[in-house]
Write a protein that binds this ligand. Sequence first.
Ligand SMILES: Cc1ncc(COP(=O)(O)O)c(C=O)c1O
Length: 378
Amino acid sequence: MIPYGKQFIDEADSEAVIQALKSDWLTTGPKVAEFEQNFASYVGAKYAVAVSSGTAALHLACLAGGLAKGDELITSPMTFAASANCAFYCGAKPVFADIHKENGLIDENLIEEKINSKTRIIIPVHYAGLPCNLEKIKEIADKHNLTVVEDACHALGAEYKNTKIGDCAYSDMAVFSFHPVKHITTGEGGMVTTNSERLYEKLLALRSHGITKDRNKLLNKEEGPWFYEMQELGFNYRITDIQCALGISQLAKVDEFIEKRREIARKYDEAFSGINKIEIIKEMANRKNAYHLYVIKLKDNEDRLKLFNHLKKNGISCQVHYIPVHWHPYYQNLGYKKQQCPNAGLFYQRIISLPIYPGLKNEEQEKIISSIKNFYAG
Ligand SMILES: Cc1ncc(COP(=O)(O)O)c(C=O)c1O
């Protein structure tokens, strides 16, 4: 079965992990700091904080951004549940602004009407790897004094107006995931990038129980050298040195990974340009897609299940990204209405994510393309 996504692990990756296992450190050691520095420098941010998952990164970014009980956060319904769930973790409420029906990105023109006195944070999601309209989102956030946290879990290596996603040129923080289907993997893992020293310090503290050992920050300086203080309520969201050793090795290949993904996407684009039952999601001027996903939109909703099963029968495993977050029973039970974001509902009914990952072979992609062509020819 050809999967829709898959990690790419080579000898250098395995060797890096073995070396970490043989070192004095398993959890937070020199590899964590090295991974953070390499990552910050790759995306062009001042600071990076590595954590145990993209979900942990979202949670900490919301806390660092001051999201608290009774507040609201605005995000897209066309995303993985974690982009919105992080509001609940902080006692806040996620509010959904509908998407552009062409590409699944949050519609920046629908954000402002969702803002009220409780709104604190906007989380634009760079769906599938295509950057949102960050300039407009930042303009809205600045006008209303809101924090912007980019959910960049799909967008490592993506670019907006010639700057890399993650450099936080238009946001306060950006969040990444290193789950195996993402651009690079650490097994599980995540990262928050920021240019703010204040947010950086806050994220570091929250990652590890809110504890500081830094003598300059201790409130009680009279105790001995063993002393540490828990100054706020934090978590154990630490990532291990073993994972970061893998992350460093993976990051060294990220440009190759993205080039390969873009090459696969170009081939799909070309192959489907002649099938009028399929719409492709177009890359836009000034926005480089990192193609975490390759999503096609079918003209006829009824084709989706048939095509999905046809591909499965041919040994090709696809996925649908995403069921709109507010459609999930947890959200429905809280009173969210399916109809509240009509574009997300319509988009969902038409989409399929096709296999895209660096190890996808030419002949495998040919098979996927010909299976789809056969489906529409038959
Ligand atoms: C858009 C988006 N946000 C957040 C996450 C959460 O990341 P993780 O699985 O590393 O917790 C994911 C992961 O699938 C995602 O796709």
